[in-house]
Design a protein around this ligand. Structure first.
Ligand code: C2O
Ligand code: CU
Ligand code: CU
Length: 459
C-alpha cells in the first residue's frame, strides 16, 4: 500500500492514526545505528555541549537528505546521567531559526525546561545547570520552539537521555550499551522523490505521518543481538504515529519500565502500544524463543519494525522479580480532583478546556511539592475523535485510574505521557519538585503546535 501523504488518500488514516506502515519493499537491511554516548568534557566549565545544527545524511540509497541533528547530521547522541549529580550543559543553536532544548520527562526548574519561553536565537548559546534528582529512567530531549516543534523534530532533532542510579546498578539488568542494551527510537517519515524530508509537503494538521520507518535514523534496520536477555529501550519519537509492538512469533516479552522508571515487577506482554513520546523498556530473552532466525519486532498489522539476527555473543543477566517500589498511596487515591482538563477536537480545531495555547496566559497554578489529583478527559468528537497522548513537563506522575478502573499493570509506574482514547477519563496524582512555568499538551506534535497546550505555574 502506498500512501500519498499530501492527497486525500491518507485522510482516513489520519483520523485513527492506526493505519499500517506499508510493508517494506527493500531487499537489503542496514545494521541498526546505535547513537554514540555523549562524552563528558574533561576540561572547561561545562560537562557537556549540545549543538543543534544542520546536516546532510545518507538515509536513502544513493541520496543525501538535508536534516537537522544534535552534534551531528541527524538525531542526537545519548546523554547518560546519574541520580544525584549536578550537570552543566552548554546548549548551542547553530540553526538559521530559533530553537529550544527541552528535556522531556526530566524534573527540572521551569527556566531550564526549554519550553517556548526559552528560545535560543540563531548563533546563541546558553549554559544550563540542574541537579538530577529522579530515579533511573529512559527520557529524551527535543526542541520546543513556539509553533515549530513538529517541524524541527521531523527534520531530526531528538536524542535520548538515560538516568542511572545505585538501585538500577544493583539489579544486574542488561546494561552494556550497544551490546545487550539498545535504544530503539521509532520515527516515521515521508521522503520526496529527490530524497528530502519536506515537512510542508508531508504536513497534516492531525499529525504528520510518513510511509517509511526509521529506527535510530536507520531505514530497513536489522539488529544483531547476543543470546540471552536483551533490553530494548523503545521510544516513540514520531510526530503522530502510534505503534503497537509485538514479536513476530507471537511470543511474549517482559516490560520492565515505563516513561519515568522501572515497574515494580516485569510485566509479561504480547503487545505493547506506544503513542507519541511514550517510552517502554522491554526484555526479550533470545534463549527462550523458537525460530529466532526469523524473529522481528512487528507492529500489530504485521509490518516489520525491527528484524533480529542472533550473534555468537552471550549475555547472562537475570531479571529480578522485584524491580522497584512504586506505589499509588491510599492518601493519593482519596484526594479530591482539583483540576479538570478536557481534550477536544481534531486538526487545527484542537483545544484544552475550550482554549488554545496563549503564551501570555497562565492556565493553572499549583504549589511546589504539593500533590494534586487531575482528571483528564478526551471528549468524543461528533466525527469520532482520536487518541491524544497527553504530556506534562517538569515532572513524572502516577496514573490512579482509567475510566474509574485500576490501570493496566504496565501503567503502574512513573509516567509523563498518557494516552487517552476518545471518551477516556484518566485520574492522575501529580506534584512538581521545582518551580516555574511548565507546558502540558497533546504530544501529537501538530496538535501541540496548533494550540492543544496550556501552561501551569508552579510556585
Ligand atoms: Cu516532549 Cu512538550 O514535550
Ligand atoms: Cu516534555
Ligand atoms: Cu492530540
Amino acid at each position: 500500500m502506498n500512501h500519498d501523504m499530501s492527497g486525500m488518500d491518507g485522510m482516513d488514516g489520519h483520523m485513527d492514526h492506526d493505519n499500517p506502515l506499508p510493508l517494506k519493499d527493500s531487499n537489503g537491511f542496514n545494521e541498526l545505528a546505535v547513537s554514540p554516548l555523549l562524552e563528558k568534557n574533561t576540561a572547561g566549565d561545562v560537562d557537556y555541549t549540545l549543538t543543534a545544527q544542520k546536516g546532510n545524511q545518507l538515509l536513502l540509497e544513493g541520496q543525501t537528505t538535508e536534516t537537522y541533528g544534535y552534534n551531528g547530521d541527524f538525531l542526537g547522541p545519548v546523554l547518560k546521567l546519574r541520580q544525584g549529580e549536578t550537570v552543566r550543559i552548554k546548549t548551542v543553536n547553530a540553526l538559521d531559526e530559533d530553537t529550544t532544548f527541552h528535556w522531556h520527562g526530566l524534573d527540572v526548574p521551569g527556566d531550564v525546561d526549554g519550553g517556548p519561553h526559552n528560545p535560543l536565537k540563531p548563533g546563541e548559546e546558553r549554559i544550563i545547570e540542574f541537579n538530577v534528582t529522579q530515579e533511573a529512567a529512559t527520557l529524551w530531549f527535543h526542541p520546543h520552539p513556539h509553533g515549530k516543534t513538529s517541524e524541527q523534530v521531523y527534520k531530526g532533532l531528538a536524542g535520548l537521555l538515560y538516568i542511572e542510579d545505585e538501585h538500577s546498578d544493583s539489579l544486574n539488568l542488561p546494561s552494556d550499551y550497544g551490546i545487550n542494551d539498545f535504544p530503539v527510537l521509532l520515527q516515521d517519515r515521508a521522503f520526496t522523490k529527490t530524497g528530502e524530508l519536506n515537512y510542508e509537503a508531508a504536513y497534516n494538521s492531525d499529525g504528520t505521518l510518513g510511509d517509511r520507518l526509521l529506527v535510530n535514523g536507520t531505514l530497513d534496520p536489522k539488529l544483531s543481538v547476543p543470546q540471552g536477555k536483551v533490553r530494548l529501550r523503545l521510544v516513540n519519537g514520531s510526530n503522530a504515529r502510534n505503534y503497537t509492538v509485538a514479536l513476530s512469533s507471537g511470543d511474549s516479552f517482559q516490560q520492565i519500565a515505563t516513561d519515568g522508571g522501572l515497574l515494580n515487577e516485569p510485566v509479561a506482554m504480547d503487545t505493547l502500544k506506544l503513542t507519541p513520546a511514550e517510552r517502554a523498556e522491554i526484555i526479550i530473552d533470545f534463549d527462550g524463543l523458537q525460530d529466532v532466525e526469523n524473529l522481528s519486532l512487528v507492529d500489530d498489522q504485521g509490518t516489520i519494525l525491527l528484524p533480529f539476527a542472533v550473534n555468537d555473543g552471550q549475555t547472562s543477566s537475570e531479571i529480578p522479580a522485584k524491580l522497584n517500589s512504586f506505589e499509588v498511596t491510599g492518601e493519593e487515591r482519596n484526594l479530591p480532583v482539583t483540576k479538570r482538563l478536557e481534550l477536544f477536537g481534531m486538526m487545527d480545531m484542537v483545544t484544552i478546556n475550550g482554549k488554545k495555547f496563549d503564551m501570555n496566559r497562565i492556565d493553572m497554578t499549583q504549589k511546589v511539592g504539593e500533590t494534586e489529583v487531575w482528571e483528564l478527559t478526551n471528549k468524543p468528537d461528533p466525527m469520532g475523535g482520536m487518541i491524544h497522548p497527553f504530556h506534562i513537563h517538569g515532572t513524572q506522575f502516577k496514573v490512579i485510574s482509567v475510566n474509574g478502573k485500576e490501570p493496566d499493570d504496565n501503567l503502574k509506574g512513573w509516567k509523563d505521557t498518557v494516552a487517552l482514547e476518545p471518551g477516556d477519563r484518566v485520574k492522575i496524582a501529580i506534584s512538581f519538585k521545582n518551580k516555574g512555568v511548565y507546558m502540558y499538551h497533546c504530544h501529537i506534535l501538530e496538535h501541540e503546535d496548533n494550540g492543544m497546550m496550556g501552561q501551569i505555574e508552579v510556585n
